[in-house]
Design a protein around this ligand. Structure first.
Ligand SMILES: C[S@@+](CC[C@H](N)C(=O)[O-])C[C@H]1O[C@@H](n2cnc3c(N)ncnc32)[C@H](O)[C@@H]1O
Length: 416
């Protein structure tokens, strides 16, 4: 029964903290091929709309009644289907939910039936304060909406919130070294966004021989903008300080057609392994992966370009990683700021005269973005800002912030 499988998958993500994309990658094969698309849609759709769907059934429940965790998820995923899957009639969704409740906690079947019948009759939420209702509509926490309104204004916040809930298409990057545009076009599953980025609609990408042969890689179109922004050139020495899983590293290597030298670092050994796997899959010989804390780069030399794609709160990637929405807490929001700044300062020491330093995040929080750069520039008058961009999320790509700094004085002896 596909819906029972989805219930267990959601339980693993919500209460056992499995990563949604990894869980699907490892377990979706248990679902019959014909049901995989639907299973994926209900799984991600429920995660994305969790707060909203939960609020809808909860208004019909007695607040004193103790509801088992799995039954809460069952109700929430059923409400998601009733509201968002127009092709499946409500009675079929309710019947199946009652059947699953009987198999899971038999005494809850009547409760599940009663609540879902009430939702069927009245699926709306009462009038709320506008900020709270915006947060609920897009299943985001109230404090995040408040912060975005404060930092980006009301209209932008509505756009960000909407995009954070979109079902993004999968996009891929053509390998610029050995895969021509014609070869990519011959695959009818590709639609051009901006070469080398294409939309992919060909189903399980990991099973596509183009993927295993290293001709294509998964790449968010917004993330690739950071690579264009870094603008790596052939024969340069490039340092990527927070590189795993290596998507941008590989895109840089392909952009310079394997001519030049890239050092890719990451703090965690298991994540360095991910970079190494891609070096092998893409047959790249000019990338060195190394486990290293980027807040201490003593002994590293000077580079033409340094990319600090720092760890961040990830609020630009909520549509592709809806699990973040379930776990985000206001106290976590700014916790990475000191580490980000340390990585930026350390990376800066290894930029050669006239060289380029790019600082980037996949979040929308000015304290992790613009404010970091303002503070850095005040403390380092040997750098100047040459460009800065916030790429807001859309229904095609994630959201990012990027700043490009140039070293303008030859003061390395002072630093190294
Ligand atoms: C935003 S992700 C990088 C994504 C990567 N650039 C890409 O495009 O695939 C941030 C990375 O920083 C790594 N990280 C966290 N703290 C670090 C540190 N002190 N030094 C180096 N890497 C660190 C994390 O393990 C994570 O892989």
């Amino acid at each position: 029964m596909v819906r029972k499988w989805i219930l267990n998958a959601l339980y693993a993500v919500i209460f056992e903290h499995a990563y949604s994309n990894l869980y699907l990658k490892q377990n979706l094969h248990q679902v019959k091929e014909k049901d995989r698309k639907l299973a994926t849609q209900i799984f991600y759709g429920t995660l994305q709309n969790y707060r909203y769907c939960e609020a809808i059934w909860k208004q019909h429940a007695n607040t004193k009644q103790k509801v088992p965790l799995k039954i809460k998820i069952l109700l929430t995923m059923s409400v998601y289907q009733m509201l968002f899957l127009k092709k499946v009639p409500s009675y079929a969704i309710i019947d199946e939910a009652v059947e699953i409740a009987k198999q899971t906690k038999v005494h809850t079947a009547g409760f599940v039936n009663a609540i879902l019948r009430k939702v069927e009759k009245d699926p709306s939420l009462p009038e709320q304060d506008p900020q709270h209702s915006l947060a609920l509509r897009y299943s985001l926490p109230d404090w995040l909406i408040k912060m975005w309104i404060h930092q980006y204004g009301e209209q932008k916040t509505e756009e960000i919130a909407k995009a954070s809930n979109a079902s993004l298409p999968l996009s891929i990057r053509r390998n610029l070294i050995d895969t021509s545009e014609d070869e990519i076009r011959s695959l009818s599953v590709m639609e051009l966004l901006q070469d080398p980025i294409y939309l992919y609609s060909g189903g399980a990408i990991y099973e596509n021989p183009y993927y295993s042969q290293g001709k294509i890689s998964i790449q968010d179109a917004g993330a690739y903008e950071i690579v264009r922004f870094l603008d790596p050139q052939k024969e340069e020495r490039i340092l990527d300080t927070c590189a795993a899983p290596g998507t941008k590293t590989m895109a840089i290597a392909e952009r310079i057609e394997g001519i030049g030298e890239i050092t890719a670092l990451d703090l965690h050994a298991h994540r360095v392994q991910l970079i190494e796997n891609d070096i092998e899959r893409l047959h790249l010989h000019n990338v060195i992966a190394q486990q290293q804390d980027a807040s201490d780069l003593e002994g590293f030399g000077l580079y033409d370009r340094v990319l600090c794609d720092v760890p961040c709160s990830g609020y630009g990637t909520l549509s592709r990683k809806p699990d973040i929405k379930l776990e985000m807490k206001p106290e976590d929001m700014d916790s990475l700021i000191p580490l980000q700044y340390k990585i930026l300062e350390e990376g800066a020491k290894h930029v050669k005269y006239d060289g380029i330093l790019v600082y980037s995040t996949c979040t929308l929080n000015k304290k992790e973005n613009e404010k970091q750069i303002e503070r850095f520039l005040k403390a380092h008058n040997d750098f100047e800002k040459v460009d800065e961009k916030t790429l807001f999320p859309t229904s095609i790509h994630n959201g990012f912030y990027m700043a490009k700094l140039k070293r303008k004085e030859d003061v390395h002896e002072k630093h190294l």
